[in-house]
Design a binder for this molecule. Sequence first.
Ligand SMILES: [Zn+2]
Length: 153
Amino acid sequence: MIMRRKFLKLICISLLGLILVPHRYLYSQTKKIINQNLTKEQKDILFNEGTERPFTSSLLYEKRVGFYHCANCGNKLFSSTAKFDSGTGWPSFSEALPGAFKTKVDYSFGMERIEYHCAKCGAHHGHVFNDGPSKTGKRFCNNGLCLIFIPSE
Ligand SMILES: [Zn+2]
């Protein structure tokens, strides 16, 4: 009887392990949510590498002088001087502030693209392309929902 209980207990622990291990693996991959007020749409882009629908961001029409910050952690990412109208429907920038982002190669959708994410919190922001019109040659294609614009006084 005691043996049988021990055996059952062992099975229970094994099953629990099977359930918990993949979760632990997933959680260890998850980037850290710092801003607790993020919407579902923002979280989907920042943490699941989603993309907002083009021409939906109010930041497309933002022309004031200031800086664009990470919506999750507040890290300063772009200056308004680097912003340009790419016609793609997403806020676009010719360069990021030094050290603002880290990049990785993204092979999703059968394409090879350079994905970039916030160097401070790891949240996904967009993709960078080598077809920019300015002297940097870069086009940072950023989801507007990932950015917070703070105008300079
Ligand atoms: Zn961040």
